[in-house]
Design a protein around this ligand. Structure first.
Ligand code: ADP
Ligand code: MG
Length: 404
């Protein structure tokens, strides 16, 4: 279902009005308490600038870290407001309260075209419980609700879902829209061939994605430690590899049902351990030694996966192919990242979802060369599983738009 965005609001709907925006400013901080990585701030700026340019008073809500439903100085958003002020030419104010009458007064008094960031929503007991009274107090902060926090849209919290029950219109921001367009487009109407690459540490975390993609993808290429559980199911020696014994049966069932869609690595890079990675070498899939662990896909597999990616029109990648944090065990992951970039140049739509996969492609310096790197790890995974994200589902449907 398509959702209304800030672009669908009638002309003049924002002039002098309070746009309450749920952003994902959950950024890493340094020990000195400064913003260590401002990617999430710059990602939200197009929405914030568009609202400000339309004359809105832009009121921002976000969580930061995992405070225990009470104020904790180290999780204050104050340093985030300081960094935001460096990234925009517009005035940025910070107020150390969130759901109070004083906060509402500050929101009302905010000058059109400027930003007001309120304190961490997770300082409040009702936030993660999606308390309705808190949701109503959040709703009193705005005249329009905008959700641009894709990364938390899979959680039904007071500032992501509850507030949108009480504050209409409730629309998607531009970052949210981009996520929904890319991920939704890939799942609903992929240009074919549609190839998915799935890796990472655990099959248990990805099983629902495999199930959801099986009927949709032309090929699912498996890498990461996940491949070892499939190997085990096929009766292959897996040595000391990370295998999930309680998922072997499930893996066997999947292999049987998947036919030719599910593709497993035909060679592996193995070593006695991650620490002994200097002794890493490639073996055929049936050549893993009893005292060795598979730590990456092998070079032949990397090359054939790259070829499959280059022949695709839509590619979705979730989960690294190996222990990419420890070179040379990043070789398989890098090969996938490079093939993604090359496929994009040839006109394919390429999407990276998943926290570690996104980190891997950024580490490779290729993030700007693919179509879309999702900002939401867990959220993108749930989206690929075909689940409705509560923070998205509650937004106004585009079809129900009353033409104005
Ligand atoms: P994402 O965040 O992209 O969804 P995951 O969290 O599922 O990915 O998995 C990432 C982790 O999987 C990385 O820390 C990586 O080191 C690990 N991993 C990948 N392949 C292997 C392997 N063969 N053995 C052990 N760990 C692996
Ligand atoms: Mg991860």
């Amino acid at each position: 279902m398509l959702k209304k965005t800030i672009r669908d609001l009638p002309a003049g709907a924002l002039q002098g009005r309070r746009a309450l925006v749920r952003v994902d400013f959950n950024v890493p901080l340094t020990d000195a308490g400064e913003v260590a990585d401002d990617t999430r701030l710059t990602a939200a700026l197009p929405t914030l600038e568009a609202l400000a340019a339309a004359g809105a008073k832009v009121i921002l809500l976000s969580h930061l870290g995992r405070p225990k439903a009470k104020p904790e100085a180290k999780y204050s958003l104050a340093p985030v407001a300081r960094r935001l002020a460096q990234l925009t030419a517009r005035p940025v104010a910070f107020f150390g309260e969130t759901d109070t009458e004083a906060a509402v007064a500050r929101a009302n008094a905010t000058a059109p075209g400027t930003f007001l960031l309120l304190e961490n929503t997770r300082f409040l007991p009702g936030e993660e419980a999606n308390d309705d009274a808190l949701a109503r107090r959040f709703a009193a902060l705005g005249d329009v609700f905008v959700n641009d926090a894709f990364g938390t849209a899979h959680r039904a919290h007071a500032s992501t879902e509850g507030v949108a029950r009480h504050l209409k219109p409730a629309v998607a921001g531009l970052l949210m829209q981009k996520e929904l367009d890319y991920l939704g487009g890939a799942l609903e109407q992929p240009k074919r061939p549609f190839v998915a690459i799935l890796g990472g540490s655990k099959i248990s975390g990805k099983i629902d994605v495999i199930e959801a993609l099986l009927p949709k993808a032309d090929a699912i290429l498996v890498g990461g430690a996940m491949a070892c559980t499939f190997y085990k199911a096929m009766g292959l020696e897996t040595g000391t590899s990370l295998v999930e014994p309680d998922r072997v049966e499930m893996a066997r069932d999947l292999v049987e049902r998947a036919g030719t869609v599910l593709i497993l690595p035909h060679d592996a890079t193995v070593a006695p351990s991650i620490d002994a990675r200097a002794r890493a070498h490639a073996v055929k899939k049936d050549g893993i030694g009893a005292t060795e662990a598979m730590l990456d896909i092998g070079p032949d597999t990397a090359a054939s996966y790259a070829r499959a990616i280059l022949s695709a029109k839509t590619v979705v990648w979730n989960g690294p192919m190996g222990v990419f944090e420890k070179p040379p065990l990043d070789a398989g992951t890098l090969a996938i990242a490079r093939a993604m970039a090359e496929a994009t140049k040839k006109g394919a739509t390429t999407i990276v979802g998943g926290g570690d996969s996104a980190a891997a492609i950024e580490q490779a310096g290729l993030a700007d060369l693919v179509s879309h790197v999702s900002t939401g790890g867990g959220a993108s995974l749930e989206f690929l599983e075909g689940k409705a994200l509560p923070g998205v589902a509650i937004l106004d449907d585009l079809t129900s738009r009353t033409d104005s």
